[in-house]
Ligand binder design. Structure first.
Ligand code: 9MR
Length: 466
């Protein structure tokens, strides 16, 4: 609900305001300088930049974890919170995967947009075989159990998903509608509201980005729920096709905002006919920029979630053969033009994440290396840092050391290895970033945990060639 959503960034904003007032100075450097990650840019706008994540990839792929932690301030489980994952048989709840995703979000200061309680798909056959009171009881029990488990940890929920038919005018014919009648939507929202009064409740659907018969029907459902105080937002999935961002998307979202609702781009991807080429990728970047601008310009757009991290992680090629490349990252985690256009639209600028020639500095003098740390995006109990190593001579390896002055401790790190988790940190290069030519730089990064509300400090770093 309005007062409690976005706890994480509300607290962060409070810290900045107090510091600014007390010191009588402008915002600290990390807020005043251009942001270099999607996460930093989104934090500065007080919006969510989210990603749908896979439990398996979070478990097994360190680079996936690091990119998710660094670039996004909000997570959605792509599949792990759906009914077939959380209650595969009647009353037998399994939360291992969903818990792991919520734990990850908490460890990294990210909010969670929950997906989803009531859907006609990915709901086990034991539910679909019920009717009448038994079906209603199963729905109420499911919403209560899942919402209660994550109360205070999941910020918002897609309470119902895809309840309007593709032709638009009618509710979708599903076992929900056939078994319970139209009232099942209200019952779902009433149950969710009572189970977690602090979570924002959304209705979520696809092909409603423009003004059409389907979005008209969602609008009338939303009106009814708003009148009962049961709805906080509308999720526009936005599984878009290259070059086809609806021309009236701004106006359509605005009419929902005018109902007093938040809007959210909940499952953004923009697919193209494969193979991708430079022209299509440029069009895609422009389409992403358009969507990012729409959300930026609407104060009540709570954020954008992209439906997967890398092109190869996407559901699209499996469902639309010959279509794909719909996301912001390539399979090797490099950033696509679409990434840059979203970052730019939200006020950030791209820096090369690996070895970058320094063109503006004087030629290197002296010997050894110098290293610095900077805070990329802080939150109450943690922060993401970027580290830069500058070579003053040709390097084939480097070591950096520093000591945290306070409670800061590294929780996970990338492009650096060593003794990292204590107060005294000693880190060395990894395989791919040890060789740095004189005058060039390379980077590493990490997340820390820290005492609630404390300032993320920037210790002095000693750098030594090895
Ligand atoms: O991306 C999800 C994919 O991994 C699943 O196999 C699929 C099952 O239906 O669901 C996909 O996510 C869908 C989301 O939950 C609801 N909107 C459409 C998404 C793409 O199909």
């Amino acid at each position: 609900m309005l007062l409690t959503r976005n706890r994480r960034r509300a607290l962060l904003a409070g810290v900045v305001t107090v510091a600014t007032a007390a010191l009588g100075i402008g915002l600290s450097t990390q807020f005043a300088s251009a942001q270099t990650t999607l996460r930093g840019a989104a934090d500065a706008l007080n919006k969510d930049i989210g990603v749908a994540v896979s439990y398996n990839l979070l478990q097994n792929n360190a680079q996936y974890r690091n990119t998710v932690a660094t670039e996004f301030n909000s997570l959605t489980a792509e599949n792990a919170m759906k009914w077939d994952a959380t209650e595969p048989s009647d009353g037998n709840y399994t939360f291992t995967q969903a818990d792991a995703i919520v734990d990850f979000a908490e460890d990294n200061g990210q909010s969670v947009h929950g997906h989803t309680f009531v859907w006609h798909s990915q709901t086990p056959s034991w539910v679909q075989g019920l009717s009448g009171t038994a079906l209603q009881n199963a729905m109420v029990d499911h919403i209560n159990t899942v919402a209660n488990r994550y109360e205070g940890r999941v910020d918002s929920w897609d309470v119902v998903n895809e309840v309007v038919s593709d032709s638009g005018g009618a509710l979708r014919s599903s076992f929900w509608l056939n078994g319970l009648g139209e009232g099942y939507i209200t019952t779902a929202f009433q149950t969710a509201r009572a189970a977690d009064p602090s979570a924002d409740l959304y209705i979520n659907d696809y092909s409603i980005e423009g003004d059409n018969a389907k979005s008209d029907r969602v609008y009338s459902i939303a009106q009814g729920l708003v009148n009962q105080g049961l709805l906080d937002g509308v999720g526009f999935q936005s599984h878009l096709i290259l070059g086809q961002v609806p021309s009236d998307m701004e106006a359509n979202l605005q009419r929902f905002v005018n109902l007093g609702l938040k809007v959210r781009i909940t499952e953004l991807d923009i697919r193209m006919t494969l193979p991708a080429d430079a022209t299509k990728l440029a069009q895609q970047a422009s389409d992403y920029q358009r969507v990012a601008n729409i959300c930026k310009n609407l104060a009540d757009c709570s954020g954008i979630t992209v439906w997967g991290l890398r092109d190869g992680d996407s559901w699209v090629p499996g469902v639309f053969p010959g279509q794909g490349a719909p996301l912001l990252f390539n399979d090797d985690f490099s950033k696509k033009s679409a990434y840059t256009s979203v970052l730019n639209a939200w006020g950030g600028t791209v820096t090369n994440p690996t070895t970058t020639p320094i063109t503006t500095s004087p030629p290197p003098t002296g010997s050894g290396c110098t290293a610095t740390l900077s805070v990329q995006s802080p939150w109450n109990t943690g922060a993401t840092y970027a580290g830069t190593v500058r070579a003053n001579q040709n390097l084939t390896g480097w070591r950096v050391t520093w000591t945290w002055p306070g409670s800061e401790r590294i929780s996970n790190a990338w492009s650096i290895q060593g003794t990292l988790t204590g107060a005294a940190v000693t880190g060395t290069n990894v395989g791919y970033n040890g060789t740095v030519a004189a005058g060039q730089t390379t980077t590493f990064g990490f997340n820390i945990t820290k005492a609630d509300g404390s300032t993320a400090s920037v210790p002095t770093v000693t750098c030594t060639p090895i």
